[in-house]
Every structure is written in structure tokens, then in C-alpha cells.
Design a protein around this ligand. Structure first.
Ligand code: NDP
Length: 491
């Protein structure tokens, strides 16, 4: 090595964001190591795909039970690397386990070969459709819910018959490794679910690795665009789950206590580091004062270090501070906390009223315990403002009479009415966004199909008397066909 060359690190450490203490050391997987992992996964995918639905379901059931047995140990790793409260980590695991169960149990019903009607014109055909595994799926995950979020891809990809290579966030490599270790015991050492650790370069290598059939990315919009650009080089399909700026709408007839509780939990739990967290509230003028009073008393009662943890990523404190400053500089009125609430690594709850819609606190993802509460004259205005950002992930509506009607007018992937974030815990509901929040779906039937390639097969049962797809076609035959079409479609 010459004097100017910088040695490439071969390991990196993960830290407890509360204390900065090192909690683990992990390899930096370079492109060669990632390619080797994907090659091993290719072999495992053939074996796993060949097992069939019933045997896959049995093995995933074993994994589910193993996860339940080790829930406290896994939760401790999550706490160490994210700083979140122990029960938040356990809740994340509980939800992930429930999704794994659903995916394993429903894969056969959703994906198995089924016959479909061939239609009048092709009535001599027996048509069928199946959803075949893709092969190797690369999963790239974030740090905020390091179990629940990637498992939305991992569990569904495995249930659909694929092998998985997972690149966890560099902040939570220990969680990813612990998850993979727990499945390894159940699949006889097959490389069915491997983890590659490192920085964004390791993720980029996964996108480029020969043999990758699809990339399921969850993270920020900016990185999502980079992942898409890398995957475009090889025409590798992508599922993109990005950030959000989720609104809550509080109608005049809402249960204000329940709405305030949901706003504070949806906005502050996990220190606001939730892709589908509540970031802005639009409350009907008629109930705005009463609702705000409920929010203020609840927000004052929660504290970082107790009900929620620190900013897991140190630089996020600067983003939160910037949004608070911008909201206040543009005339917003802080009723809980303020700029002084940002005291890294913790951020105290902040609630700001009447923030102009062009503030960064309204337009950009804050990912901290900041709640913007803006009053609106009616629900139409609430819907207009809710739909006015580039994001479109989730939303919350509190209304006794008009919940469904308001939900259908929102431009987003998921809505909870009279509760918050509930859609994420219902395995049969697809999860994903529109616009800057990405595209494609995890969870539910759509989430299973996302990790497959549909294969259409049709078998001719008998030859039709009129041959139109042959050079033997006659004008008499075409006239007969057009006669049928006129009868069927022309009236
Ligand atoms: P990032 O976008 O910073 O990172 C996401 C993942 O991508 C990490 O594993 C990261 O690795 C990796 N990565 C970074 N650069 C590249 C690259 N060039 N090619 C491939 N992979 C790369 O997101 P965060 O980890 O900060 O997560 C927070 C974001 O995730 C928020 O915006 C949040 O809203 C969103 N999110 C969305 C969810 C959804 O379902 N829609 C759910 C949860 C979170 P490394 O960490 O090593 O940089």
C-alpha cells in the first residue's frame, strides 16, 4: 500500500444511540461477497421452490414458533441498536410474526395454479395461471422498524417460494443477522435467508449482483431513486417503499379524546420515526380548540427515554430542529416544546399550531416527535391540504359519519378510520404508497404476488372449425368471426 491509499475497512460497528456504546461488530460485505451470497441463494431458491407450498408452510411455521420463543432476545437486539423501549421492540416482533403466519398460510391459495375462463372466441382453449417464484429477492431495509419493515418483504418473499438476501441498515446490522440466524436452524444450513452487512455500497452491490430477480427497497425517497437507477442498469424489477408525510383529518363529529390520543401516539411513538406516523393534523374549526387542548395535555405527558427512545440516526436531530425553526419562523405557534426540545440524542414532544402549508414542517418528512396541527374551515379543505404533498403513504381519519367517504378522497395507499396505523397490523391488507412514497405492495395477497412472476399457460383442447391464426385463413372464416363479434360486442 502506498502512503496515499486509504485502507478499506473490513468491519464496522453498530452503536446504542442512547449512549454511543458499541453493541456489535459486523463485516463490510464488498461486491464479491455479495455476489457469492446471491449465488448461494440461487441454489437455495431451487431447493425451496421445489419443496412446494405445504412443506414451505410447515417450515415457515417452525420459524414462526422459533421467533416467538426468542422474542425477548431479539427485542433486546432491537433496543440496543435503535434505543426504542423494550415493549415497542416486542410489539414490532409480534406484528412481524403475525404477518409471517399469514403469508405462510395463504401463499398456496393466492399463488397456486388456477384455471381461468378462456372466453367465447378462444373457447377451444384451457387457460390457466400460476404465480411462480422469482428466485432470489434482495431486500434492503431501514433502521426505524428493523424487524417489522423488512419482514414485510422477507416473509412474503419466502412464502412465495423465493430465497432472500437481506441488506439491513448499517445502524441495525445485528437485528438483521439475528433474524437470519433464527431461520438458518430450520432449513438445514441452506442459504435460504442470508444477510449482507455494510453501508449503502453493499446495498448497491446487491442491486447489481448477477442472479438477483427483484429488489424490495424500504427507505428514504432519495435512496429509493438511487436504487431504481442502479436496478435500471440490469432491468431488475423493484418494489419501492419510501417515506411519507402522513396527514390526520379530524372532522367536527369526531371523538376528540380518541383522536387526540391517536395523534399523539401516531406522531410521537418511536420518537416520530415511523414512515406511517402522523406528521400533520387538519382539524375542523368547530372542534379545533377542544381537540388541541386534548393533544397538548397528552403530549406533555410523554417523554423521551420513557415512552419513546432517542433519534436512532444522529443527523435526524438536525432535520427536526430545522423543521421546528422553519415552522416558527413562518408564524407557527408552539403549544408544546420548541427549538429547545431538540437535545440530541433525544427530542421532546413538540406541537405547533397554524403552520403555513409551504413550511418544511408541512411539506417534508420530519421523522421526529413534531406534530403540526392546522385548523381548517371544512373537510373539503382538509382533504385538499392532505393531498397537497408529493408523498402518499398512509392517512388517518377521525369522523363518526363520514370516515369512508373522506378515505376514498385521499391520495394515498392506506387509511385508518377512528384509529391510527391499524392497517399495518392487518396482514390481509396491502401496504405501500403512491407518488414520492413509492410503488408496489408488501403484505396481503398483493404482497405475495409482488414476489412472483405470473405465468400464463393455455392448452388447445380441440381445433376450431374456423382457423383465423393460420395462413389457411379464408375470407369466409373471417366473415364468420366478424359475425360472432358483432353479436357479442356490437350491440
Ligand atoms: P435510507 O434511504 O437512508 O436507507 C435505506 C437502506 O438503503 C439502508 O439499508 C441503506 O444502507 C441502503 N442504501 C443506502 N444507499 C444505497 C444505495 N446507493 N444503494 C442501495 N442501498 C442503499 O433510509 P433510512 O434507513 O434512513 O430509513 C428511513 C426512511 O425509511 C424514512 O424515509 C422512512 O419513511 C422510510 N421508511 C419507509 C417505510 C415504508 O414502508 N414505506 C417503512 C419504514 C421506513 P445504509 O443504512 O448502510 O446507508
Amino acid at each position: 500500500m502506498t502512503a496515499t491509499e486509504v485502507p478499506i475497512p473490513t468491519t464496522f460497528a453498530s452503536h446504542d444511540p442512547r449512549t454511543g456504546a458499541v453493541v456489535g461488530t459486523h463485516p463490510v460485505h464488498d461486491a464479491a461477497a455479495v455476489e457469492a451470497a446471491v449465488a448461494r441463494a440461487g441454489d437455495a431458491a431451487k431447493w425451496w421452490g421445489g419443496l412446494g407450498f405445504a412443506e414451505r408452510r410447515r417450515r415457515l411455521g417452525e420459524w414462526r414458533k422459533a421467533l416467538v420463543r426468542s422474542i425477548d432476545d431479539l427485542a433486546r437486539v432491537v433496543c440496543d441498536e435503535t434505543g426504542k423501549p423494550f415493549d415497542d421492540a416486542r410489539l414490532e416482533l409480534v406484528l412481524a410474526i403475525d404477518h409471517l403466519d399469514w403469508a405462510a398460510k395463504h401463499a398456496e391459495r393466492v399463488l397456486k395454479r388456477r384455471t381461468v375462463p378462456a372466453g367465447l372466441l378462444m373457447s377451444n382453449q384451457a387457460a390457466s395461471l400460476r404465480y411462480a417464484p422469482i428466485g432470489v429477492v434482495g431486500v434492503i431495509g431501514p433502521w426505524n422498524y428493523p424487524v417489522f419493515t423488512p419482514m414485510g418483504s422477507i416473509a412474503y418473499a419466502l412464502a412465495a417460494g423465493n430465497a432472500v438476501v437481506f441488506k439491513p441498515s448499517e445502524l441495525t446490522p445485528g437485528v438483521g443477522t439475528a433474524l437470519a440466524d433464527s431461520l438458518a436452524e430450520i432449513v438445514e444450513g441452506r442459504a435460504l435467508f442470508q444477510v449482507v452487512t455494510g453501508s449503502g455500497e453493499t446495498g448497491a452491490a446487491l442491486c447489481r449482483a448477477p442472479g438477483i430477480g427483484k429488489i424490495a427497497f424500504t427507505g428514504s425517497t432519495a435512496t429509493g431513486k438511487r436504487v431504481m437507477a442502479t436496478c435500471a442498469e440490469t432491468l431488475t424489477p423493484v418494489l419501492i417503499e419510501c417515506g411519507g408525510k402522513d396527514p390526520m383529518i379530524v372532522d367536527a363529529d369526531a371523538d376528540l379524546g380518541a383522536a387526540a390520543d391517536a395523534a399523539v401516539w401516531g406522531g410521537m411513538s418511536n420518537a416520530g420515526q415511523t414512515c406511517v406516523g402522523v406528521e400533520r393534523v387538519y382539524v375542523h374549526d368547530a372542534v379545533a380548540d377542544a381537540f388541541t387542548a386534548e393533544v397538548v395535555s397528552r403530549a406533555r405527558a410523554v417523554h423521551p427515554g420513557a415512552e419513546f427512545g432517542p433519534m436512532t440516526m444522529a443527523s435526524q436531530s438536525d432535520v427536526v430542529r430545522g423543521h421546528v425553526q422553519d415552522a416558527l419562523a413562518r408564524g407557527g405557534r408552539a403549544v408544546v416544546g420548541g427549538v429547545e426540545s431538540v437535545r440530541p440524542p433525544f427530542v421532546d414532544p413538540v406541537v405547533i399550531l397554524d403552520v403555513p402549508e409551504d413550511s418544511t414542517a408541512v411539506r417534508e418528512e420530519t421523522f421526529g416527535p413534531l406534530l403540526v396541527v392546522n385548523r381548517v374551515p371544512d373537510v373539503d379543505e382538509a382533504v385538499r391540504r392532505a393531498n397537497a404533498t408529493g408523498y402518499g403513504l398512509g392517512a388517518t381519519v377521525f369522523s363518526k359519519a363520514r370516515g369512508e367517504e373522506i378515505a376514498t378522497r385521499l391520495r394515498c395507499g392506506m387509511v385508518s378510520i377512528n384509529s391510527v396505523i391499524s392497517f399495518a397490523g392487518i396482514p390481509s391488507l396491502p401496504f405501500g404508497g403512491v407518488g414520492d412514497s413509492g410503488f408496489g405492495r408488501i403484505h396481503g395477497e398483493d404482497g405475495l404476488r409482488e414476489f412472483t412472476r405470473p405465468q400464463a399457460v393455455t392448452r388447445q383442447r380441440f381445433a376450431l372449425p374456423i382457423a383465423v391464426t393460420s395462413f389457411r385463413r379464408t375470407s369466409r372464416g373471417m366473415r364468420a368471426l366478424l359475425g360472432v363479434v358483432k353479436l357479442r360486442h356490437g350491440r
